[in-house]
Design a binder for this molecule. Structure first.
Ligand SMILES: C[S@@+](CC[C@H](N)C(=O)[O-])C[C@H]1O[C@@H](n2cnc3c(N)ncnc32)[C@H](O)[C@@H]1O
Length: 216
């Protein structure tokens, strides 16, 4: 019963946080900085599939100089993070309910500076590589959305997805940097923020793969 009550409350809870939660993101295509009250020269970082939101919350707090937008297609997963950002009044963190499958409808050309993909669904068991957020059709869309010097930061627990993604990045003209197959035992760990899924995998002894793919 309690679970159902919580779910029914989603619209009302979202409404209370409406100024940092965009349920109709198409309307802001090409004007996200203005919509969030930021100047045009402020960097915009976008996380796709933010889940419960630990990573985006810590990133936004760590980088107050950046407008951080976290996107998630399942509102019920992200609700607590939206409420936390609202309560803590984190000024540079905003959320979008949306599906990356139509991301070109949410962001215009040259609008984004950096994209974060953390533990994206691997689609390995279903053998549907075209649904992976690092499939080349997605990467080509990201390239259009990103400004010169942009980059995609990608983390996963899944070896098959990681190998696939490295190939897709290369095939679409990205340059790969800071690659590691054991992030938590690498020099990059000092700066790393663990996501909810990342901690779960680490607790199971699974090593975390990570790469930064830069646009030329
Ligand atoms: C495996 S979870 C990882 C969550 C979080 N990034 C983490 O590391 O803890 C993947 C998340 O991506 C979201 N997601 C998957 N495909 C998506 C899409 N096409 N558009 C938006 N979100 C998506 C899912 O709803 C889910 O919350």
């Amino acid at each position: 019963m309690a679970r159902m009550r919580t779910k029914r409350n989603i619209p009302a809870r979202m409404e209370r946080c409406h100024e940092r939660w965009f349920d109709a993101p198409l309307l802001n295509r090409g004007k996200w900085r203005e919509a969030c009250g930021f100047a045009e020269d402020i960097p915009l970082w976008l996380e796709i599939g933010c889940g419960k939101g630990k990573f985006c919350t810590e990133m936004a707090l760590r980088h107050p100089e950046v407008l951080y937008i976290a996107m998630e297609r399942d509102a019920s997963v992200t609700l607590a993070a939206v409420e936390k950002a609202h309560e803590l009044e984190i000024p540079n963190l905003f959320f979008i309910r949306g599906d990356a499958g139509i991301i070109e409808n949410y962001f215009a050309e040259d609008e984004v500076d950096r994209i974060f993909l953390n533990f994206s669904d691997p689609w390995t068991r279903q053998n549907k590589p075209k649904r992976r957020l690092t499939y080349r059709d997605f990467l080509n869309k990201y390239k259009v959305m990103m400004r010169a010097g942009g980059a995609v930061e990608f983390k996963t627990d899944n070896d098959e997805l990681f190998d696939f993604s490295l190939n897709e990045f290369r095939e679409t003209g990205f340059v790969l940097e800071d690659e590691t197959r054991d992030l938590h035992n690498s020099v990059f760990d000092a700066e790393n923020i663990r996501t909810e899924f990342e901690q779960k995998f680490a607790d199971q002894g699974i090593t975390i793969k990570r790469v930064v793919a830069k646009m030329l």
